[in-house]
Design a protein around this ligand. Sequence first.
Ligand SMILES: Cc1cc2nc3c(=O)[nH]c(=O)nc-3n(C[C@H](O)[C@H](O)[C@H](O)COP(=O)(O)OP(=O)(O)OC[C@H]3O[C@@H](n4cnc5c(N)ncnc54)[C@H](O)[C@@H]3O)c2cc1C
Length: 419
Amino acid sequence: MSLPSRAEVVVVGAGLAGLSAATRLAAAGRDVHLVDAAEHAGGRLATSRVDGFLVDRGFQVLNTGYPRVADLDLPALDLGWFWTGAVVRVDGRAHRFVDPRQHPTALPATLRTPLGGPHRLAALGAFSARAGYAPVSRLLTAPERSAAEHLRSAGVGEQALETFLRPFLAGVLLEDRLETSSRYLDLVWRSFVRGRVGLPARGMQSVGEQLAGRLPAGRVHLGTRVTAVDGRSVTTGAGTTVADAVVVATDPDTAAGLLPGLQAAAPRQVTTHLHVLPASPWQAPLIVLGAPGGQLVNTVVVSDAQPAYSPDGRALVASSTLSPTREAGVRTEIARTHDVAETDLEHLTTVTVLGAQPAATPPLQHRRPVDLGDGLFVCGDHRDTPSIQGAMASGARTARAVLRRLSRSAAPASDRGPA
Ligand SMILES: Cc1cc2nc3c(=O)[nH]c(=O)nc-3n(C[C@H](O)[C@H](O)[C@H](O)COP(=O)(O)OP(=O)(O)OC[C@H]3O[C@@H](n4cnc5c(N)ncnc54)[C@H](O)[C@@H]3O)c2cc1C
């Protein structure tokens, strides 16, 4: 169904930010239309089927430690869980480093992981306790520096930094210099301390589709690219829709093109190679980290956490690198990391995402303005933090700002405050 010529609100972009804004506006009784250039709702959370396997567009997970996950119906997503922790390789040997609160039986193996000794593990525990349980206001006002400086000053030591923290965080922050803001690192680490990470049974795209399903019929317009906006209208190839408020909820680059003057942070990229193995080589659903000096940041048997990703019980492996790589260039490293023969790895597909998430280097601009004035609004992970949490939180903030504007403009002129 095409966009009408008139709507109360048009949201441009059906990623998690636009969906969060649109569902809140619809729940408040507003006449809202959501438009997206792609053929699916969910934006960067995209999933396709390749030879029966569920393939997310780049390895990503849903972290239940994110506050905005409260907006989702988690049971309906039917999540399969990873253990919190990772397999780390030291001198070629694999060690399971696991959060003992969730898996007490893994404690002896965790304590034996050579990450610099008990005092370094204690420092990591203290770092985790602060990030996990200090008030967010304290984390966001602490002196800001790079993530690497922050971890060093917490006393975690070089061994833990190089063999565990750097590759683990590189997979999350999509950069391995650890130049990301210490404040964002605290927020990310908080989510790991407080939550679990999992994959939905129908793939990551189903997170967005769940939100899209809450909008009234005929309000989501897919396959429709917006070419221009202002606070009163949205233009697509099919014509112009006049609106009281327009929300730009696209990726940062497109937002900067549609909204002159808006700055887009540098994009992070990732390449993910998908392979099939006859069976999983591991006993537990854990992220396996790349070794220092290698190209892989991690390589993960995703079907160990979520068996529904495989149609036939074979193991689906997602292996990620930060710079673009060819499958042939990392195949040996993937096989070595999982202790399997190269010939056992059947290459399924490779995905490179150039604008996977915006950088969050210091100074962290958490909660950038979303109300641009004159009926024009902007939301997306680039307004809050480069994550599912950031996208959803910015959508929620923007919905509140739109509702404020609509109620102001509906009030009699004598009741209106300054614009
Ligand atoms: C490979 C990868 C791994 C990631 N890993 C994680 C992770 O583990 N945990 C985590 O929290 N986050 C992760 N992220 C980041 C997270 O997915 C994003 O921060 C979040 O999904 C961004 O949502 P958004 O709504 O801001 O933007 P988007 O999802 O980019 O949505 C923007 C939408 O706008 C649409 N659009 C663009 N231009 C136009 C136009 N002209 N007209 C109409 N529509 C348009 C797009 O089609 C898109 O649907 C990862 C991202 C990737 C790609």
